[in-house]
Design a protein around this ligand. Structure first.
Ligand code: ATP
Ligand code: MG
Length: 252
C-alpha cells in the first residue's frame, strides 16, 4: 500500500484536481484506491459528486477514533473509496493538547485498520498546520503539485524545508515527487519554471505535466472526474500517463 500526500501549502496549485483525477486513473489502471479529503473546505468530496458534506468523515476518525469503514463512501465502485471531510475537520487544526501525537492521528488510524488498498491519496489543505502535519506523518510519499509561475517556485522551497523538519520525526524517509500542474504549453514563463524545476529536483519531477484545460476546471461543478466528463480529452490522457509515471516511478 502506497500512502501519498498530495501537498503544497500554496493554494490553487491543483492538489484537489490531481487527487480526484489521478485517483480515478489509478483505479482505472486496476488498483484499489482510497482518497481522503483532509481539507475542511471539502472540495475533494464535492469534486467526486457528494455535494452535501456528510456529517461524519475523516474528522470523526481523527477526533473520535471512529473506524474508516464507518465513514467511507463508495463513490464509483468498491475500488474507488472516498473518506469525506466531515463538518468538524477544522477542529483538528486547533487541538492544543497532545504534543507530537496530535500530528500522528491519521497515521494511527491507518495503522489500526487492516486496509486492503494499493494507493491511499491524501488531499491536503493549503496550509502548513496540523492537518498537513498529519498527512506528512502518515505518508510514505509526497506528491507536490507546482503550477507554472515564479511564486510557486518560492513556495516549493518553503514546503521542502517543512518536509525536512518532519523527516526528523519520521521513522523512514519521505519519498518526494514533483508534478508540474496547470501547465500552459505556449507560455515562455511556464517553460522557464519547468526548466528550473528539472534542474532543482533531478529524479523527482514526474514525466507528465498536467496542462491547463477548461474541461478540468469544469469537472468539480458537476461532480465528475475527467474520465466521466471528457473521456477522450487530452486532459484524460495526461492523467492516465501521470498514473503510469507514479506506478512505474518515471521521472525526468
Ligand atoms: N490543469 C488545470 N486546468 C484548468 N483548471 C485547473 C487545473 N487544475 C486546477 N484547476 C482549477 O483551478 C482551481 C484550483 O484547483 P484545485 O482546487 O485543484 O487546487 P488546490 O491546490 O486543491 O486548491 P486549494 O489550495 O484551495 O485546496 C480550481 O478551480 C480547479 O478547477
Ligand atoms: Mg484543494
Amino acid at each position: 500500500m502506497r500512502i501519498i500526500a498530495v501537498i503544497n501549502q500554496k493554494g490553487g496549485v491543483g492538489k484537489t484536481t490531481i487527487t480526484a483525477n489521478l485517483g480515478h486513473a489509478l483505479q482505472k489502471a486496476g488498483n484499489r484506491v482510497m482518497l481522503i479529503d483532509l481539507d475542511p473546505q471539502g472540495q475533494l468530496t464535492t469534486s467526486l459528486g457528494i455535494f452535501k458534506l456528510p456529517k461524519n468523515g475523516i474528522d470523526s476518525v481523527l477526533l473520535d477514533q471512529a473506524s474508516l469503514q464507518t465513514v467511507e463512501i463508495h463513490t464509483r465502485d468498491n475500488n474507488l473509496v472516498l473518506i469525506p471531510a466531515g463538518g468538524r475537520l477544522v477542529e483538528v487544526e486547533h487541538l492544543n493538547d497532545g504534543g507530537v501525537s496530535r500530528a500522528t492521528l491519521l497515521d494511527a488510524a491507518l495503522q489500526r485498520e487492516e486496509l486492503d488498498y494499493d494507493y491511499v491519496l491524501l488531499d491536503c489543505p493549503p496550509a502548513s498546520g496540523l492537518l498537513s502535519a498529519n498527512a506528512i506523518m502518515a505518508a510514505d510519499e509526497a506528491l507536490i503539485p507546482v503550477s507554472g509561475d515564479y511564486l510557486s517556485l518560492n513556495g516549493v522551497a518553503h514546503l521542502l524545508s517543512t518536509l525536512k523538519k518532519f523527516e526528523a520525526l519520521r521513522s523512514k524517509a519521505l519519498q518526494q515527487w514533483v508534478v508540474i500542474s496547470r501547465f500552459h504549453t505556449r507560455r515562455r514563463l511556464a517553460k522557464e519554471v519547468r526548466t528550473k524545476l528539472l534542474n532543482h529536483f533531478p529524479n523527482k519531477v514526474l514525466m507528465t505535466e498536467i496542462k491547463e484545460a477548461a474541461a478540468l476546471a469544469e469537472c468539480p461543478a458537476i461532480g465528475r472526474t475527467i474520465f466521466e466528463f471528457r473521456r477522450t480529452s487530452n486532459s484524460a490522457k495526461d492523467f492516465e500517463q501521470l498514473a503510469q509515471d507514479l506506478i512505474e516511478r518515471r521521472t525526468h
